[in-house]
Each structure stands twice: as C-alpha cells, then as structure tokens.
Design a binder for this molecule. Structure first.
Ligand SMILES: C[S@@+](CC[C@H](N)C(=O)[O-])C[C@H]1O[C@@H](n2cnc3c(N)ncnc32)[C@H](O)[C@@H]1O
Length: 230
C-alpha cells in the first residue's frame, strides 16, 4: 500500500494560510527580510548580506549540519537549506518570529530546514547534539548585559562543546552608544573587535578569525563577524 502524504492544503486554504502569515508579518517589525513564493513581503530591519557572505563561504567549504541559535525569522536557516541542501535547525524563543519562520518555510516548501521554539539557556545547550556549523549572531550582548560576563562566557563555552567545525559569531559592542544597552556592557576599550576576539578565545576556541564586518542594529558602528574553530 502506498503511503499517502498530503503535500498541499489546496488552493483556498493555501491562500488563507498566506493571508494570515502576511497579516502577522505586517503587525511587527521583522528583523530579517521575508519572501513568500519568491516575492519580498518584508525587507526586515537588519541587513543580512554581509553576514550571509561569511556564512555561505563557511558552509560551502564545510557542508554538514547547521544550527542557528537566536534565528529570528530564519533568513539564514532557509537560505542555507535552499542553497546548500544542509540539514539546518533554527532556535528562537520569540513566538511571533517562530510562527513566521515555520510557516514561511512551509509555504515555500523549503527542505530540509526546521525550527524549534525554545529559550536558549546553559541547560538547553547541554541537551543539544553537536552541529558542524553553529551560527550565533547578535544575541550574546543581550545575555551579557542581563547576566554578566562570566555567565556569557559559560554560555559560549557550552556552544563550543556543541560546535564540531565552525562558529560564526557577532555581538553588540560597548561603542554602540546610541543603544540603551551599550553602557550595561563591559567597556570594550578603543578596539571592541580585539576585545571580542579575546573573549571568544577565553571560551576555549583555538582559532578566532575576523572574517568580515557588518552593520550594527540601527547605528553606523561596524560589528566584526568572526569565524572560530573549537
Ligand atoms: C537581535 S536578534 C538576532 C537575530 C539573528 N541571529 C541575526 O543576527 O540576524 C536576537 C534574536 O535572538 C532571540 N533570542 C535572544 N535571546 C534568546 C534566548 N535566550 N533564547 C531564544 N532566543 C533568544 C530573539 O528572540 C531574537 O529573535
């Protein structure tokens, strides 16, 4: 007997599905660009192209499993799956962003990308399997100003334990003075990129390479994008 897989909702329900998701996307400011059926629905509030250049370079050289921690609407998760066919998982605790990510990925019939709703904590990281490439972008400064530098170091050490080949990393910097969180970070001195590279090394990564620079969130300060090896 042939297994029946229901691979389409049917015309009317599919249109309704798209309508509901587009309505949700209009109700907040998505972080990432979002496309459905090849059409741009939202351009997103953060540029993704600089960081995509680093991600695609790493994944093309070492294809394998990919994990994106704090994946927002899943721009990188979906693109890694589409362009490289990697098994890729995105994790985020924002219900709106996860609803958009899951549904847009489904509407675009994009295999093999998946999303998990979860709060990333040291305990959660301890339960994860190992991934070849871990993407951890623009999240750690929030952890650092909320819980302190030692907690953030423990966090990144646990991520290293789950990274088989490469970590792709950036974070907010103390010189992003327009941001209300900047004074809550440790003073990274005159060269925050060096401070962050040293911080990554202190989490046990043996090789830390500044692979590029990227825009920061709503400011002209440049963030460094690092590729680190465990
Ligand atoms: C500033 S956005 C960065 C999004 C994406 N990584 C990027 O750089 O394009 C931070 C994202 O991480 C998520 N996030 C922050 N802390 C988290 C945590 N502890 N657990 C799960 N998600 C978290 C937020 O919901 C948000 O979607």
């Amino acid at each position: 007997m042939k297994l029946q897989i229901d691979d389409d909702l049917g015309g009317f329900l599919r249109s309704l599905h798209k309508l509901v998701i587009r309505r949700l996307i209009r109700q907040y400011e998505p972080y990432h660009p979002i496309s459905i059926d090849g059409k741009l629905v939202s351009s997103g509030e953060r540029g993704c192209s600089d960081r995509w250049a680093v991600i695609s370079d790493v994944v093309s050289k070492t294809p394998g499993t990919v994990l994106d921690l704090g994946c927002a609407e899943g721009y990188y998760v979906q693109r890694v799956a589409r362009e490289f066919g990697c098994f890729v998982l995105g994790v985020d605790a924002d219900v709106r962003r996860m609803t958009v990510a899951q549904n847009v990925n489904l509407l675009n019939r994009n295999e093999p990308a998946g999303f998990m709703y979860a709060h990333i904590t040291p305990e959660f990281l301890g339960k994860l399997p190992t991934f070849d490439t871990v993407i951890f972008l623009s999240v750690l400064h929030h952890v650092m100003y909320e819980h302190g530098v030692d907690y953030a170091r423990d966090f990144l050490r646990r991520i290293r334990e789950r990274t088989a080949k490469s970590l792709i990393f950036d974070m907010g910097q103390s010189n992003e003075v327009a941001m209300e969180w900047a004074p809550l970070l440790p003073d990274m001195g005159a060269n925050p990129h060096d401070w962050i590279a040293e911080f990554i090394r202190s989490c046990g990564f043996s090789e830390v390479i500044k692979a590029g620079e990227t825009d920061s969130y709503k400011s002209s300060v440049r963030r460094a994008v690092f590729v680190a090896h465990p």
